[in-house]
Design a protein around this ligand. Sequence first.
Ligand SMILES: [Zn+2]
Length: 461
Amino acid sequence: MKKLFVTALLAGSMILWKNGVHAQERICGNELLVQETMQDPDAKARLEAYFEQYDAENKAMADQSARAASKGTGTEYGKAVIPVVFHIVATQAQIDQLGGTAGVVERVNSQLVAVNADFNGNNLDITNVPPAFKSLVGKANIEFVLAKRDPLGKAKWGIVYEIKDPGFAGFAAHDYSVKRKVQGGSDPWDNTKYLNIWVTLIKASGSGQGQVLGYAFNNVYAQQQYGDPALGGVVLHYLALGKRTNIMQAFYSQNADQGRTLTHELGHYFNLWHIWGKSTPSGQKSCTDDDGIQDTPEQEESNTQCPSGFQANCANAPNPGGEMYMNYMDYSGDECIIMFTQGQVDRMRTETAPGGQVYSLTQHPELTLWPTDVSAVEYNNKVEIGPNPSSGRFNVYFYDKYDHLDRIIVSNSFGQVVKQLEVTDQEQLNYNFDISNVAAGMYIVQLHFENGIIARKVVVQ
Ligand SMILES: [Zn+2]
């Protein structure tokens, strides 16, 4: 093991070179975090011990599931529901790049559809798995659902905005400020109950060294490696959010427009590592480092773009299928990564089971349902108003068709109307408001329906 880590360290400078030349390729911040960990002797020792136990557990699990399979009782998992909150930490210009807050909502929705398909083997392209690997496909049966209650139990969609100044230059992959309000980020919702996903601009480190698409670890790992469980969660590049639904949408690259950066990062969150090895940097060959999962073939190095056909792997590897470049934990493009293996699924579901690293998140499906004290009109008219607070530019966005809406009124805290809009088109789902000319303060948005009124407070800064 020791020799391996030394090799990994030497390769550190290569990653940055690679970023500079191939800026559009998938780079996941987890490899940078591992490299960084390896430079601190104490952290390195902790991670080595962690990997050792990880490998041993996976070996035991594989033996167990082989015994179960020989008895004809393969593992099928019951559904685990995970409440999700997205923290959009971005400038107004970046939010506009995503199509404004309405675009953010749409991309959050397409993102959840994508990861739910991928985690459950319901992705349409799963039929492209080569014959040699078809029997290895695993279905995790994990469902990710946008939260509908905040940590205080109040009705609230799990989308939070932290609007950055125009000069915002992004967060480095090892910069935890994005997860801390006092440092310019957004505080997590109780991350023993919610999966927190921060959507922002991520840089490799410092400036001018490329960007990364995301990085992730859970609370237990965050506690062990960084001494702060509140750092657990996923950080996602804002231009990798969602699945492309139209050609005009802005994405990081064509290799990252199917929502699979999050699938990959969630793999890390559930304690999976890169398929070519836990600590080997991308682009470096190694046949001794392994992902610790028994049924993924040995892999010499990371793949990029969209390989096809048989890709030879390590000479002594037992699997005749070659490299599994279509696995979510490789670096191939979004259009080509299409599967988890059963071994990967077994590991992830170990973490969602009692005693697992993210077990507590599966115990709060109620957070994905509206509170019972929400009025019928509010329940039937699923609406988001954001960003809030804002500079005065915000959207009223409906997730679905609504009951007859007459008008929208924005008034100040004295009840004086500052903006009024008569609704003529009952199909329109998004309304843009601009009251940036008003004084800073609290305002009330009233949505007048035929059968009731929804009132929400908004803050103009
Ligand atoms: Zn990764």
